[in-house]
Design a protein around this ligand. Structure first.
Ligand code: BGC
Length: 783
């Protein structure tokens, strides 16, 4: 058998892995993860073993632990939070005439798994011959329902391939599953060692329920399962439940030509407040709903949900089938991360693995929500509502730091800062402007007045207050924001980081406008005309440093005066640099982990001239090492804008393949949501040139050599429309809703039912910039 993802033109809508490669299981458990934003199931084999890193997650369900410090300091966050591997409902073991199905023994004559982006299911087919030569075919299909958010379901079918065989199936709910610690941090490992305390267990007929709570964070969860069995006569079943295990056992002799089919419905719920009986009732009700819908019904609902999603969000790429597949894979996972989060965070890894302890970062607002705002705006709204629910914690944090307004955390699950002190976390205040930017983008793209009044204005005004208290009017003029860390984590505590200042400027202006649109809300937060005027003055006078000699923007003041990093003498195995060089040295030299000034040129492209963009891009290309997966998508966007289309193609591919090719060698811990979103951004904002600076949409499409056609669909102000790009022209067409005015390379176009074709002007021709030695992206361009 061959091993690996099948990469054929036949798979634009699915990811298929053929063969079993135990070493690669951790990796494929992440790529084959299923989630609806509320429940996340890693793509483990049903029989539980062999396994890489099993994981079942509930969004927002975490354990706390103390963050100790060798040296104390004021304002250090004290509590860490880490995502918990909750009760596993995926396990279904099989005994074939008393030999357990375990792919490490006997022989798997066929084995493949398929993640299907249209059905929203993970399918598996295995033909296995036991060590004593008994052959069975196992077919499974599982889903985490987009329509019934507390429900997952598995269809499990076994078929004897020779004669009659005795089959025994055990279907489990297993809590406190022993797993190897995914982290090197002993405190996290201790917090995760049997984190769940049993509170209630019951089993009856084909149904069982387990209720547990965490030791420290005091959260309670329930998991429940129920089953339907179809087979020949003579079926014997037994069910029992104890603290950490509930098991349904079914035994039957199955003749050749017949099958044993088990449908397992699993329900999950958690709460910080509800009692064990209330949670039990909740998950049992979820199961009853799922049983009522039935397996076929759940499949049909899932399909319809995805049909509607692709109808408004699909991206097509002609000329590179592998990239087509990867971009759909990316969109599918971004959807899975956000679809039914419902006022919970979207973590950096979604619910696909334990990486980053399950924390959410600015990755959500700056990358993931750009995608969701234009493809599934309700999901963007819900994620922003989560931020709103954490405002009190952000206000407390600001007060603790001696600031006004709200300081959102660098990383968190429940909204409280849980980044142990380090300069790139505590001083990375830009996260608050990123959240404000996402609020403004969502409001402009949807005109959702209800959201703005109840959530948006408050976030905008509290973050505006943060900037006023963090910055000051300098003696020599200008509003300065000193001593902060921008997106590039290889610089820290710098003065007037251009990205931060431009995003704060936008934040201040958007807050002023939102308060003027909703004066009653502004008044309820004691915002008066003087305060609004103060925001506007700070925004107008914002310091944006510029190096007149080099004619580029320094990333922050004095950055361009720092000594250059010695790239020539940095061996390939010393990347990522943060693991091989001391931070103080990275901080004082010109070396960039990830797009920072370049990201400013995307999100605040209105603040730069085209000439500045081209020069800045070239300058920062030569110094950016991409030790973060957040970088490639943004570099694609700017490469395309300044005319380096082949390079944009290379970076688009890097963002799209980050997880499929395991570019950062850590996909086992979960997928990189910001990078998956970056694949969409590289396509839509890169090759499509989409910008949304002033609350309206503009496009500047151009294709690199080798791509014949790129098309994508978007939603703006309730209008669904498509953009189709070929080398010569771009077509804009309304799919539903009202006509819409957009710009194409600066020219006004009305998007209407009959497609409007617009010619594509020549790209500016500039010499292509280089990257630090050994750090150029893998070449995808067609020569
Ligand atoms: C990046 C941050 C990012 C975090 C989580 C870090 O490596 O530098 O920008 O927020 O990862 O993805």
């Amino acid at each position: 058998m061959t091993h690996g993802y099948e990469q054929s033109e036949r798979s634009p809508w699915e990811l298929r892995w053929i063969g079993l490669d135990v070493e690669q299981l951790q990796r494929t458990e992440s790529t084959f993860a299923l989630s609806n934003g509320h429940i996340g199931l890693r793509g483990t084999l049903e029989e539980g073993e062999p396994r890489g890193l099993p994981g079942t997650y509930l969004n927002g369900f975490y354990e706390s632990y103390q963050l100790p410090y060798a040296e104390a300091g004021y304002g250090y966050p004290e509590d860490g939070q880490t995502v918990v591997n909750v009760t596993d409902g995926k396990i279904i073991r099989l005994l074939v005439e008393d030999e357990p199905l375990d792919m490490r023994y006997g022989q798997a004559t066929a084995h493949e798994r398929v993640l299907d982006f249209r059905s929203g299911t993970l399918r598996r087919t295995t033909e296995w011959s036991s060590p004593t030569g008994r052959r069975v075919r196992v077919r499974t299909e599982r889903l985490v329902s987009f329509t019934q958010r507390a429900v997952a379901a598995i269809r499990y079918e076994v078929e004897p391939l020779d004669g009659e065989i005795q089959l025994v199936v055990q279907s489990d709910l297993l809590a406190n599953e022993p797993i190897e610690s995914p982290t090197g941090d002993p405190r996290v490992a201790a917090a995760l060692d049997s984190p769940l305390v049993g509170e209630f267990a019951m089993a009856e007929d084909y149904r069982a329920v387990l209720v547990h709570r965490t030791r420290e964070s005091g959260l309670r969860m329930a998991a429940a399962m129920d089953h339907r069995l179809e087979t020949t006569d003579g079926l014997r079943t037994r069910i029992h439940a104890e603290d950490d295990l509930a098991r349904l056992t079914a035994a039957v002799d199955v003749p050749k030509g017949e099958k044993l089919t088990l449908i397992k419905y699993v329900g999950y719920g958690w709460s910080a407040q509800r009692s064990a009986p209330a949670l039990r009732a909740q998950v049992e009700a979820a199961l009853d709903g799922a049983l009522q819908t039935g397996w076929e019904g759940l499949l049909a609902e899932q399909r319809q949900f995805l049909d509607e999603f692709w109808e408004s969000a699909d991206v097509q790429i002609d000329g590179d089938p592998e990239l087509q597949q990867a971009v759909r894979f990316a969109l599918f996972h971004v959807l899975q991360a956000g679809a039914r989060g419902e006022s919970r965070a979207i973590p950096g890894k979604g619910l696909t693995g334990p990486g980053y302890d399950g924390h959410a970062f600015w990755d959500t607002e700056s990358f993931v929500l750009q995608v969701l705002t234009y493809t599934m705006p309700e999901a963007a709204r819900d994620a922003l509502r989560w931020r709103h629910t954490t405002l009190d914690k952000a206000r407390e944090r600001a007060a603790q730091l001696g600031l006004r307004g709200a300081a959102f955390p660098w990383r968190s699950i429940n909204g409280a800062e849980c980044s142990a002190y380090w300069p790139a976390g505590t001083a990375a205040f830009h996260v608050s402007a990123d959240i404000a930017d996402a609020v403004a983008r969502y409001v402009a793209a949807t005109a959702d007045q209800d959201f703005e009044r109840h959530y948006g204005t408050e976030i905008l005004l509290e973050t505006a207050r943060l900037w006023i208290s963090l910055g000051h009017h300098g003696k020599h003029g200008g509003f300065r924001i000193d001593g902060v860390t921008g997106p590039d984590e290889y610089s820290a505590i710098a003065d007037n980081n251009v990205y931060t200042n431009l995003m704060a400027q936008r934040n201040l202006r958007e807050a002023a406008e939102s308060c003027e649109r909703h004066p009653d809300i502004a008044e309820s937060f004691e915002v008066d005309a003087d305060e609004i005027a103060e925001w506007r003055r700070a925004a107008d006078e914002m310091v944006i440093p510029y190096d007149d000699l080099l004619e580029v923007h320094p990333q922050a003041e004095r950055f361009t005066q720092h000594v250059d990093w010695d790239f020539e003498n940095t061996p390939a195995e010393h990347y990522p640099l943060l693991l091989n060089y001391p931070y103080f040295d990275l901080y004082r030299k010109q070396v960039i982990k990830q797009a920072d000034l370049v990201l400013a040129m995307h999100l605040r492209g209105d603040a730069f001239t085209p000439e500045q963009k081209a020069r800045n891009f070239a300058y920062y290309e030569e110094r950016t090492v991409r030790d973060s997966s957040l970088s490639a998508g943004t570099q694609a966007v700017l490469a395309a804008e300044v005319g380096h289309l082949d390079l944009a193609y290379d970076y688009l591919a890097e963002a799209a393949f980050t997880d499929l090719h395991d570019v950062h060698n850590n996909v086992r811990n979960g997928l990189h949501m910001a990078s998956l979103a970056g694949a969409w951004l590289a396509t839509v904002a890169g090759l499509g040139g989409m910008r949304d600076h002033d609350g309206s949409l503009s496009f500047a499409p151009r294709l690199p050599r080798g791509l014949d056609r790129v098309s994508f669909r978007l939603i703006f102000l309730g209008t669904h429309f498509s953009v189709e790009i070929t080398p010569e022209e771009a077509k804009y067409q309304l799919l539903s809703g009202d006509e819409l005015d957009i710009r194409h390379h600066g020219e006004k176009v009305t998007v209407s039912e009959s497609a409007t074709a617009m010619p594509i002007p020549e790209a500016p021709s500039l010499p292509e910039p280089s990257q630090p030695p050994g750090r150029a992206p893998a070449r995808r361009r067609k020569d």
